[in-house]
Design a protein around this ligand. Structure first.
Ligand code: CLF
Ligand code: SF4
Length: 302
């Protein structure tokens, strides 16, 4: 067999929760032992969030920026920011006390990729706890620029919040985008963000990261568009979509949030194109434990 034939040989396929994915032991572990990427795993394993990233580089119209990033966190909660050194100490303490923690993640309180502390933290954690699955969430603006660093740090699970794949819809969701020292608004901002999000997702999938997208369901703004997002994400090789109901605040304070039934109907429609997450508990940016069973306040600190 020549090299070209070898490279093209199809990988065996394994079914994980109804979806066929190419068998790659490293990728499978990132799904089967990750409480967010596998509902089964959520009963067995937990995660630790390290709140090391306070700044954000965009303005979502549903975010008042006083609390944790609502793209991935529980609304109305403010986590205490840790330095990378404090974060490492926290991991040490938690791992000693809780043996079912499999994942270490940065999910805020702002945008992880806009804070160098995120990278420093993962570096420290990778050195001392290489067996822990590394995970992060992002708005995607800096994803293409930082994808090499993410790969190098072995961050294998990436969540991108993607609320529109049409910049004419995106321009109603974002007030501004700060990129390379310049502030963009309106259509230009939405185009910039979308271009980077799609490029970043493409690169992440190419590098065998397991990718999830979070999509905020915003009635009257993007509700008719969410199926298009699901279709596109399925085509791009995204593993999972997490549809989050809008929490009406800031510029969207007057929009009625979707009822649980509406969210479920949307998930049912999108499931045809990309697997749906139905067990998200909207965690704090400093959460520790199994989803919905946070234990951060019960831990003894040294
Ligand atoms: Fe944290 Fe997010 Fe990683 Fe999970 S949370 S960075 S993928 S380890 Fe999970 Fe929490 Fe929902 Fe997020 S339940 S808010 S989806
Ligand atoms: Fe707020 Fe997160 Fe949006 Fe930044 S990315 S504006 S922190 S919701």
């Amino acid at each position: 067999m020549n090299l070209a034939e070898k490279e093209e040989a199809p990988l065996p396929v394994t079914k994980v929760e109804g979806k066929e994915i190419p068998w790659d032991p490293a990728q499978l572990r990132k799904i089967q032992e990750h409480p967010c990427f596998s509902k089964n795993a959520s009963h067995l394993f937990g995660r630790i969030h390290l709140a090391v990233a306070p700044k954000c580089n965009i303005q979502c119209n549903y975010c008042i920026r006083k609390f944790d990033c609502v793209n991935e966190s529980r609304p109305g909660v403010t986590s205490k920011v840790l330095t990378p050194g404090e974060a490492l100490e926290r991991v040490r303490g938690v791992i000693e006390q809780i043996h079912y923690i499999k994942v270490v993640a940065v999910a805020g309180p702002g945008e992880p990729l806009y804070n160098e502390e995120t990278f420093e933290t993962f570096r420290l954690v990778q050195n001392e706890f290489p067996h822990l699955i590394r995970c992060m969430s992002t708005n995607g603006l800096l994803l293409p620029d930082r994808i090499d660093d993410i790969e190098e740090l072995g961050i294998g699970n990436v969540t991108v919040t993607l609320n529109a794949i049409d910049p004419n819809i995106g321009k109603n969701i974002y007030s501004f985008v700060n990129y390379e020292g310049k502030k963009y608004r309106g259509l230009e901002a939405a185009e910039m963000l979308l271009k980077n999000q799609l490029k970043g997702i493409e690169e992440a999938v190419k590098r065998k990261m397991v990718v999830k997208v979070n999509t905020v369901l915003i009635p009257t703004v993007n509700e008719k568009h969410i199926i298009d997002i699901a279709k596109k994400m399925g085509e791009m090789g995204v593993y999972l979509q997490n549809i989050i109901p809008l929490i009406p605040q800031y510029k969207f304070a007057n929009i009625a949030p979707p009822a649980p039934q509406e969210k479920k109907e949307m998930q049912d429609k999108c499931r045809e194109y990309v697997m749906q997450m139905t067990h998200c508990r909207q965690c704090r940016a400093d959460a520790v434990g199994k989803l919905g069973k946070d234990v951060q306040h019960c831990l003894t600190t040294k």
